[in-house]
Design a protein. Structure first.
Length: 466
């Protein structure tokens, strides 16, 4: 590389040079995200003051910035650290794509519809923008004024659910109930109007609007299937509309439990965006590896710009089956253009599925109450069945297994609209069979449950909670 002399240096957390355990990253790169990972890697330091527009990469079409992995399954890479002139830095993220995703060549440079995603934009984006004012008005009607009487901004805790994951929603609300956390401000966007009464019985708000697109009632069969993809779109639009309505937003998936209320800590942050660490170190989530199943956004012009960009990426979300990849690249873009302030949470205080699968010592301490996290997110799973199974393994499933009216979405709804059917519901193998039988055999109603008994009061196994 000519005059650009390089030398290599193995950096460790403990060394003769830094006996206290401090590393180069602790001293010089403390603002980097995930500092615990690169310190295990081999770094290459450039002695050149800068990179010009001619040397040493004048023959390169692209220069790719990557991040190191730290898990045994992801070997570490070498990273070059150098000063780069501002005019040579692009805030746009380019990922190497393989397989069907490679069909979206140069997608990051195009903000207009192409044949692969035009239909998605027509079916999903157009109704959203057409009815945006009406949607924001309805959201404020349901949640109330986003600004308190003292002038402070309220936080909306936003979730998305369909019939197939109502048991996960209930499990979360059981954890909230047992931890004596106020459920005010929790709102669940649903794909079917009839589920609003079910959510209200659980003690939270629900909202539905046909302009947000149709959504299957069943749970996603696998990661990235068609149901999963439609849920991704509703997860994006729910956050976008809540921000436009004037709320700060804590978004979370249904597969979480709370041990402590995370909202005060998140509200006290000075950052614009705070994310759970996904744990994956794959190129498509670089450089922040933000998990879009738990994150906090402040309502300000920079964050609104971010989410406007994400919403307009509907075609990319639908085609790649990942709003997380789309959001991660727009995080980098918005940080470069508008100085978006981003923070990634500690996996110790905000653990997720990667800890379940790859940090057994932590999970053992957690099971013995030797760790005190705010939440636990059961991601890194293929489907709902795995989530429930793993929650049970670590003692975080708070719903009785033998009562269908507490664990099946259709049966839960029926128990609210027809409480006298509860005893029959819990005796049937499937709620669908019960629903069909109920229509023609009303004489099976044999027990009246008081209408003021809510599903959490009837179903939550509070005594077994964390």
């Amino acid at each position: 590389m000519g005059k650009y002399h390089l030398h290599k240096n193995m950096i460790g957390k403990f060394s003769k040079k830094y006996p206290s355990g401090r590393s180069v990253f602790d001293i010089a790169f403390s603002t980097l995200r995930h500092p615990g990972n690169p310190v295990k890697s081999e770094f290459v330091f450039s002695q050149s003051p800068n990179w010009s527009d001619r040397e040493p990469f004048s023959g390169c079409e692209h220069i790719i910035l990557t991040r190191t992995g730290s898990r045994e399954s992801m070997p570490n890479k070498c990273v070059a650290v150098a000063v780069v002139a501002q005019e040579l830095v692009s805030p746009q993220l380019h990922s190497n794509r393989m397989g069907y995703q490679a069909l979206l060549t140069n997608q990051y440079q195009n903000d207009y519809a192409r044949h692969k995603n035009l239909q998605d934009e027509l079916e999903l984006l157009m109704p959203l923008y057409r009815d945006r004012k009406e949607l924001v008005k309805e959201l404020r009607r349901v949640l109330g004024d986003p600004i308190r009487s003292d002038g402070t901004r309220r936080t909306a805790t936003v979730m998305v659910a369909n019939e197939g994951v109502m048991d996960l929603v209930l499990n979360f609300l059981c954890s909230v109930r047992a931890s004596h956390i106020d459920s005010d401000g929790i709102i669940v966007f649903v794909g079917q109007q009839e589920h609003i009464v079910l959510l209200e019985n659980m003690g939270v708000k629900g909202i539905y609007h046909e302009s947000l697109g149709s959504m299957p009632s069943h749970a996603a069969g696998n990661y990235a299937d068609s149901t999963f993809t439609r849920l991704m779109w509703l997860k994006v639009t729910s956050v976008y509309l809540s921000l436009v309505a004037g709320f700060d937003v804590l978004f979370q998936d249904a597969d979480l439990v709370w041990m402590k209320d995370p909202r005060p800590m998140l509200q006290a942050t000075s950052h614009d965006a705070v994310f759970m660490d996904d744990g994956a170190r794959t190129p498509r989530f670089t450089p922040f590896f933000a998990n879009t199943g738990f994150y906090y956004l402040r309502c300000n012009s920079i964050v609104l710009h971010l989410m406007e960009r994400v919403v307009r990426g509907v075609g990319e979300i639908a085609f790649t089956h990942s709003h997380q990849a789309t959001l991660n690249r727009h995080l980098l873009e918005t940080q470069g253009l508008l100085n978006l302030q981003i923070n990634v949470l500690s996996s110790v205080d905000f653990p997720s599925g990667i800890m379940f699968h790859h940090n057994k010592s932590y999970m053992k301490r957690l099971s013995h109450h030797q760790e005190d996290p705010y939440v636990f997110h059961m991601c890194w799973t293929n489907n709902r069945h795995e989530k429930v199974t793993f929650f049970k393994q670590i003692g975080m499933w708070f719903i009785p297994e033998d009562r269908l009216s507490c664990s099946d979405g259709k049966a839960m709804l029926l128990s609210v609209t027809h409480p006298s059917m509860i005893s029959n519901i819990d005796l049937k193998k499937t709620s669908l069979n019960l629903w069909n039988r109920k229509k023609g055999k009303k004489n099976e109603i044999n027990r009246e449950i008081p209408s003021n008994i809510t599903i959490p009061e009837r179903c939550c196994l509070v005594a077994s909670h964390w």
